[in-house]
Design a protein around this ligand. Structure first.
Ligand code: GA4
Length: 332
């Protein structure tokens, strides 16, 4: 079944709200508590003073823009996104569509250079440096999560994505302005785009990220929205100098539901090109995702059964983007 990416205007309520901002230059005990609180309440936060070099970020953005400015034929030489390669409008294998094109890569140096050999040496080297920097950031945040949760083994989460067999991936999404002649949809002055837009199309549909943690950086064009616990869409103003962090399903399972994976989506606009780069930190395929013992007690009984990341990934790819796949792994 083919699903249209057009959504009814104002189909769901949205609200502007301050989202948690974590200053990584603060002292560790304060930081770990703030990160856990943000991950419990929103499953989402922005990090500032993150230590990733502005030069590394801007060089990766340049490589991404150069890639998407190539002809369709050239971009397709990176191979089809099955799942790694170049994709346009099709997301996953079950009919999901979005107003975007993207490149999806396995986040290890060998695969990056393999998939990007049709692109350029520069692309491959730059992306490698960027991926290493955001992976280090993800590990730092995961160590703070463990500290904030008062788990003995501080590297219990980060070691999963540091593992040589980690199944992490890296994605660059490119959302060119969409063309429409539909004059029945009113123009809105939208603060997140700083211009008149018709936010009527889905760039990337509602979903949660399956992995442990996602580190996102975008250019200064908005569109990202997260879903609050009460089901309202919160627009996230873009900030090209900072990173946004998403708790993924795997971290929700490992923490027995204490930290929540955040549902989010991206709206396409009619004016400016949005480009975002995401690192998805994932465990090895055979890693066990059942809740860690410290998160289980008589007040907090085990929520999920034993399962591996490999089993979870099979479920992810057999379902639709918006499906609540973690529900299938609940303890009976
Ligand atoms: C969402 C998060 C990541 O972008 C991704 C996506 C993946 C893909 O594009 O191949 C999925 C999607 C994501 C979840 C459900 C399945 C798989 C498309 C899709 C319909 C790379 C991932 O790991 O899961």
């Amino acid at each position: 079944m083919v699903v249209s990416s057009a959504i009814p205007f104002r189909s769901k309520k949205t609200r502007a709200l301050g989202i948690p901002i974590i200053d990584l230059s603060l002292d560790r005990s304060q930081l770990s508590e703030q990160i856990v609180k943000a991950s419990e309440e929103y499953g989402f936060f922005k990090v500032v003073n993150h230590g990733v070099s502005a030069d590394v970020i801007s060089r990766t953005e340049t490589e991404g823009s150069e890639f998407f400015s190539k002809s369709l034929l050239e971009k397709q030489r990176a191979g089809p996104a099955t799942p790694f390669g170049y994709g346009c409008k099709n997301i996953g294998f079950n009919g999901d569509k979005g107003e975007l094109e993207y490149i999806l890569l396995e986040a290890n140096p060998q695969s990056i250079s393999e998939t990007s050999k049709s692109i350029s040496n520069n692309f491959s080297c730059t992306v490698n440096v960027y991926v290493q920097a955001v992976k280090d950031l993800a590990c730092e945040i995961l160590d703070l999560v463990a500290e904030g949760l008062r788990v003995k083994d501080k590297s219990i989460f980060s070691k999963l994505i540091k593992d040589v067999n980690s199944d992490s991936c890296f994605r660059i999404n490119h959302y060119p302005p969409i063309r429409t002649t539909d004059s029945s949809v009113p123009n809105l002055f939208d603060e997140q785009y700083s211009c008149n837009v018709k936010p009527t199309h889905i760039g990337f549909g509602e979903h949660s990220d399956p992995q442990i943690l996602t580190i996102l950086r975008s250019n200064d064009v908005g569109g990202l929205q997260i879903c609050s616990r009460d089901g309202l869409w919160i627009p996230i103003p873009p900030d090209s100098n900072q990173f946004f962090v998403f708790v993924g399903d795997a971290l929700q399972a490992l923490t027995n539901g204490r930290l929540v994976s955040v549902r989010h989506r991206v709206l396409a606009n009619h004016v400016k090109t949005r480009m975002s780069m995401m690192y998805f930190g994932a465990p090895p395929l055979d890693a066990c995702l059942s809740p860690i013992p410290q998160m289980i007690s008589s007040q907090n009984p085990r929520l999920y059964r034993h399962f591996t990341w490999g089993e979870y990934k099979n479920a992810v790819y057999s379902l639709r983007l918006a499906d609540h796949r973690l529900d299938l792994f609940k303890n009976q």
